[in-house]
Design a protein. Structure first.
Length: 441
C-alpha cells in the first residue's frame, strides 16, 4: 500500500526552510507527517485551508481543543476586545473568577479550581498536590497512558516488549533518553483494565504511592475507555489506601457537560483539565474538592504547594475560555452527541457494507474508526495491533481522506459545534470513497 502524500509544493518548500531552523523541521512531534507536514494557511468554521489552497473539514480540531472549530464569532469578538483591553498583568482579573465559577458549577468534584497554561502543567501540579496531601511521593499511572510532557507522567507512555516486563507487574520505563532512574523509580505502572493485578500492585505499594492518575477516556488507544469496574476499583482502593485519585480530563472533559466523570459516575479527588476550557487559547486547570485543593491555601501562612507562573490565568485565556465554555450548554453538548451518533452509525454501516476490518468507538463528539478487529483493552493489545499493521492501515486511510477533503488523525473524528448534518453527510461519503479505494490497493 502506498502512503505517499499528495503533491504539495508549497508545503514542501516551507518544510525545507523549517528543517534549517528546527530539528528535523518540527517543533511538535505529535504532528509529524511523512514525507512532510501540510502547512495551514487559514480556517473558518469546520474548514481548514492549507497553503496549496486545499480546503478540508478539520476533524482534529487541534487535538480536540477547538470545540467550536475555527473563527467562531463570539470567540473572535472576545479575543479582539480583550487584546486591546488587557493581555496579561501581575494583577488578577475578574475573568479567572468567572471561568472558575463556571467550572465549579458544572463539575461537582471541582469545588475549587486553579489555572495553568497547558494540560501538561495541570498534571504536573496535580502530582505535587497529590504528594502534599497524601504525604507519599510515588505516583501510579497506567501503562501506555498519555498525560503530556512531564517526565514523571510520561514514564511508560510507549514501552516495548523488550523492556515492559511482566503483564501483571509492568516495568517503569523512561520515555525520553537521559531520564534519571530516580524519576522512573518514583512511578509505579498499572496494567489498564486488569483489576486484580492493579489492585495487588496498589496494595503492595500502599506505603509509597500518594497519587494515582488515569485518563478516563483514552485518545491514544482510539477512544478506548477504562472499564467502569476498573475505575470503581481505583476509586475504592485509593480511598482505602490513602492515595489521591486524579482524573486527567485534559482530553476527556469534552465528552459531556460534566466531563467523563459525569458520564461514568466515578468521582476523582482532583481533575486535571486543559484544551476546551481555553476556548482555543492555551490553558490548563486543576480542580478538586476543597479538602484536596487546601494544599494551595494560605491559611497557615505558607501553602503546602506553591504554584504561580508568568502567564498563569492570563486574561486572554481566561476570557476566551469563559466565552467558549459558556456556549457549551447542555443543549450544545446534546447536539454534538446527536451528530456524533449520526457519524458513528454511518461509519458502522459503511464499514459493515464494505467488510472493513475494524469497529467504531466513541462518545459524544469523540469518535474513531479503529482498523483492528477486536476492541483494544490495554496498551499491550495496542502494540499487538500495531504489529499487525493497525497504524499502517490508519496512515493510508488518513492520506485517502485528505483527498476527500477530510483532515483526521489516527482514525479519529473529533467534532466541533461548527459542524452540521451536511458536513456529516459529506464526511460519510468521503469515508466510503476512501475505504473503497483502500480495498483496491
Ligand atoms: C489526556 C491528556 N493529558 C495531558 C495532555 C497534555 O496537554 P497539553 O498538550 O495541553 O500540555 C494531553 C494532550 O493531548 C492529553 O490528551
Amino acid at each position: 500500500m502506498s502512503t505517499q502524500a499528495s503533491y504539495a509544493p508549497n508545503s514542501a518548500l516551507l518544510f525545507e526552510r523549517a528543517k534549517q531552523v528546527m530539528p528535523s523541521g518540527y517543533t511538535r512531534h505529535m504532528a509529524v507527517t511523512n514525507p512532510h507536514p501540510v502547512y495551514a494557511e487559514k480556517a473558518d468554521g469546520c474548514w481548514i485551508t492549507d497553503v496549496e489552497g486545499n480546503k478540508r473539514i478539520d476533524y482534529v480540531n487541534n487535538f480536540s481543543a477547538l470545540i467550536h472549530g475555527h473563527n467562531k464569532k463570539e470567540i473572535t469578538d472576545i479575543v479582539t476586545s480583550q487584546v486591546s483591553c488587557l493581555i496579561s498583568a501581575i494583577l488578577p482579573s475578574e475573568w479567572e473568577i468567572k471561568l472558575a465559577e463556571l467550572i465549579t458549577a458544572r463539575i461537582p468534584s471541582c469545588e475549587q479550581v486553579r489555572f495553568m497554561n497547558s494540560g501538561t502543567e495541570a498534571v504536573m501540579i496535580a502530582v505535587k498536590a497529590g504528594r502534599a496531601y497524601s504525604g507519599k511521593s510515588k505516583i501510579a499511572k497506567m501503562e501506555g497512558g498519555y498525560h503530556g510532557q512531564f517526565d514523571l507522567t510520561e514514564t511508560s507512555f510507549q514501552p516495548n516488549p523488550g523492556n515492559w516486563g511482566s503483564e501483571n507487574a509492568p516495568n517503569s520505563v523512561a520515555y525520553t533518553q537521559g531520564t534519571p532512574k530516580s524519576v522512573t523509580d518514583e512511578v509505579v505502572i498499572l496494567p489498564l483494565n486488569n483489576i486484580e493485578a492493579a489492585r495487588a500492585i496498589l496494595r503492595a505499594n500502599a506505603d509509597d504511592i500518594g497519587t494515582v492518575i488515569i485518563d478516563p477516556l483514552r485518545l491514544q488507544l482510539g477512544m478506548v475507555e477504562p472499564d467502569l469496574d476498573y475505575l470503581e476499583m481505583l476509586r475504592e482502593e485509593t480511598e482505602a489506601l490513602g492515595m489521591v485519585l486524579v482524573f486527567d480530563e485534559v482530553f476527556s472533559l469534552r465528552s459531556s457537560y460534566g466531563g467523563t466523570q459525569g458520564l461514568r459516575g466515578v468521582t476523582p479527588d482532583l481533575t486535571a483539565m486543559g484544551k476546551i476550557i481555553g476556548g482555543g487559547m492555551p490553558i490548563g486547570g486543576l480542580g478538586g474538592k476543597k479538602e484536596f485543593m487546601s494544599v494551595f491555601a494560605l491559611d497557615d501562612g505558607d501553602p503546602k504547594v506553591k504554584h504561580s507562573g508568568t502567564f498563569t490565568a492570563n486574561p486572554m485565556s481566561m476570557a476566551t475560555g469563559y466565552v467558549g465554555m459558556s456556549l457549551m450548554t447542555p443543549e450544545a453538548f446534546a447536539e454534538l452527541d446527536r451528530l456524533g451518533e449520526k457519524l458513528r452509525e454511518g461509519l458502522r454501516k459503511i464499514a459493515g457494507d464494505l467488510g472493513v476490518v475494524g469497529h467504531v468507538e466513541g462518545v459524544g463528539s469523540l469518535n474513531a474508526l479503529i482498523m483492528h478487529e477486536a476492541p483494544i483493552k490495554n496498551y499491550r493489545e495496542f502494540v499487538g495491533a500495531v504489529q499487525a499493521g493497525f497504524l499502517d492501515r490508519i496512515q493510508v486511510f488518513h492520506q485517502l481522506l485528505l483527498e476527500q477533503r477530510l483532515l483526521t488523525m489516527r482514525g479519529g473524528f473529533i467534532l466541533s459545534t461548527a459542524m452540521t448534518d451536511d458536513d456529516i453527510d459529506f464526511t460519510l461519503e468521503g469515508v466510503s470513497k476512501a475505504l473503497t479505494q483502500m480495498q483496491a490497493l
